[in-house]
Ligand binder design. Structure first.
Ligand code: MTE
Ligand code: MO
Length: 207
């Protein structure tokens, strides 16, 4: 078990500069979107292997294989929620069902209202990354991202959009919503990669 993982109820190490948060605060920019099942779709587009887009309705997405991951949530504003059990569709499943072209290096994960976050393909493809529909066995609430949020346990939580609507496969890196607004392009909490001014050559596109 790596240092960024914790079992339920166990208090393990916090990343540098983080403090333990009890309960589960709600943190996001903008309003909570209304879920409209008949209009909702989960879309994979951009540089797919066959050049085609792939779409899932809510019923189809809900029927994909369900997996769970126990992981912590580290907000860059310095609180961490430890030991949540996230359930949903592994990013690996999406990559298998909608394979990226061989030259894909990054993805942009898109959410309602244009929120986005860019990830290296390797971070997105982590065995522990999951498009969560549930937390601790219960469906996500609207303010926590229902119907789908991305959880990438080894990165700061802004890298995991709530209210996800799609994934864009990219052959070059591009900054997402917070990455354009002063946050670090990679966002590893164990290296305290909070702000873009800390970026080193190779961490991200020119600002
Ligand atoms: N769509 C969207 N997703 C988002 C955000 C946001 O502003 N919009 N904020 C992120 C940040 S900064 C954090 S800390 C987590 C908070 O998740 P929570 O409200 O479920 O605790 O959501 C992330 N996902
Ligand atoms: Mo955050």
């Amino acid at each position: 078990m790596g240092q960024s993982e914790s079992r339920k109820g166990e208090h393990l190490q916090l990343p540098p500069g983080q403090r333990l948060q009890r309960g589960w605060p709600v943190t996001h920019y903008g309003p909570v979107p209304k879920f409209r099942p008949e209009r909702w779709e989960f879309r994979v587009f951009g540089a797919t292997a066959d050049g085609d887009k792939r779409c899932w309705t809510h019923d189809e997405f809900s029927a994909l294989p369900y997996e769970t991951v126990v992981a912590d949530l580290h907000c860059v504003t310095k609180y961490s929620v430890l030991g949540a059990e996230w359930g949903g569709v592994a990013t690996r499943t999406i990559l298998d069902l909608a394979p990226p072209a061989p030259d894909v290096t990054h993805v942009m994960v898109w959410a309602e209202y244009g929120y986005s976050s860019n990830l290296r393909l390797s971070d997105f493809a982590s065995e522990r990354s999951v498009f969560a529909t549930h937390k601790d066995g219960e469906l996500l609430t609207a303010e926590h991202g229902f119907p789908v949020r991305l959880v990438v346990p080894h990165l700061y939580a802004w890298k995991g959009p709530k209210w996800v609507r799609g994934v864009e496969y990219m052959t070059a890196d591009r900054r997402g919503f917070w990455e354009e607004r002063g946050y670090h392009n990679v966002g590893d909490p164990w290296r305290e990669q909070r702000y873009s001014y800390q970026e080193e050559p190779g961490d991200g596109p020119e600002l």
